[in-house]
Write a protein that binds this ligand. Structure first.
Ligand code: SAM
Length: 283
């Protein structure tokens, strides 16, 4: 692959790879992987299987989370000599809940041209099949693996007005669904398992049903979970005002804490409750 006369540096290509079904790679991705000088891969053994399938002979270098900084420097040095490099992860789009952002950040800092290719990602594949009518969503990737921290994270987005998209591994999906049901209540949810693979399973139901199913099953394969916001009941303005006045007159809670509590209890916007509380607090 030729580099431009104006740019002595090579190009860093960000190349998404299939999340299961090998047919999901793009023509452009195959061409770029064939033409670059080097492929930086999260796990070279894993990527080698993909390369063999498409008869690609390009040399590989490993680029994984624990070595991001060190390997990143080596790859930047290669790019600076004019070599073109493709960054891939084990599956899907690099740098999305995968290593890559350190190298990409460093390429920006070193004025190296970056060319991202569109392609497979578990996030967009799952979301496109969820069928929830929201125009916005919140992508949080993996929640912490420790139970306490995971429950804290779930609490943190309990009052989100947007659906939340989570990644999870087979051995933790059951614990995640249990905590999600416990903390968020029985919300609408979508569980996409083994996307693009032989045993792909899409389930759109509620958190309780999913939790019971996960607790009794083997949950093979990787999962994406989409959780809808809590129900928005029609709350009368007077109800919110009465509650604010009650907390103000009967507790020592601050205006901020009162707004937080009321918004969580009623599933209404915290900033709206806060604005109302501001006007009522000193009356
Ligand atoms: N960078 C990848 C992407 O763009 O989708 C994500 C990598 S992350 C390390 C792996 C997680 O993605 C899995 O634990 C799972 O949550 C999700 N995932 C990957 N492949 C999947 C599949 N075939 N079906 C469902 N979820 C998948």
């Amino acid at each position: 692959m030729k580099t431009s006369d104006h740019c002595p540096h090579g190009i860093l290509y960000i190349v998404p790879t299939p999340i299961g079904n090998l047919e999901d790679i793009t023509f452009r991705a195959v061409r770029v992987l064939q033409e670059v000088d080097l492929i930086a891969a999260e796990d070279t053994r894993h990527t080698l299987k993909l390369l063999n399938h498409f008869d690609i002979q390009t040399p590989l270098i490993s680029y994984y989370k624990e070595k991001e900084a060190q390997r990143g420097a080596e790859i930047i040095a290669r790019l600076k000599t004019g070599q073109n490099v493709a960054l891939v992860s084990d599956a899907g789009t690099p740098a999305i809940s995968d290593p890559g952002s350190v190298l990409v950040g460093s390429a920006h800092e070193n004025n190296i041209k970056i060319v991202p290719l569109p392609g497979p990602s578990a996030l967009t594949t799952a979301l496109s099949a969820a069928g929830f009518c929201y125009t916005e969503f919140l992508f949080l990737g993996f929640l912490p693996s420790k139970k306490n921290q995971r429950r804290k994270s779930l609490n943190a987005f309990a009052s989100s007005e947007h659906p939340v998209v989570l990644y999870e591994s087979p051995h933790r999906i059951s614990a995640l669904l249990e905590d999600a049901f416990d903390i968020l209540g029985n919300r609408q949810a979508f569980w996409a398992r083994e996307l693009t693979k032989k045993f792909e399973e899409l389930q759109r139901t509620d958190l309780q049903t999913l939790f019971v199913k996960a607790a009794s099953g083997k949950n093979r394969g990787e999962s994406v979970l989409v959780i809808c916001p809590g129900p928005k009941e029609e709350i009368k303005a007077e109800t919110v005002e009465e509650l604010i006045a009650w907390y103000r007159d009967n507790t020592d809670l601050s205006l901020k804490d009162v707004s937080k509590r009321i918004s969580t209890d009623l599933g209404v916007s915290r900033s709206q409750v806060y604005q109302k509380a501001l006007t009522l607090w000193s009356k």
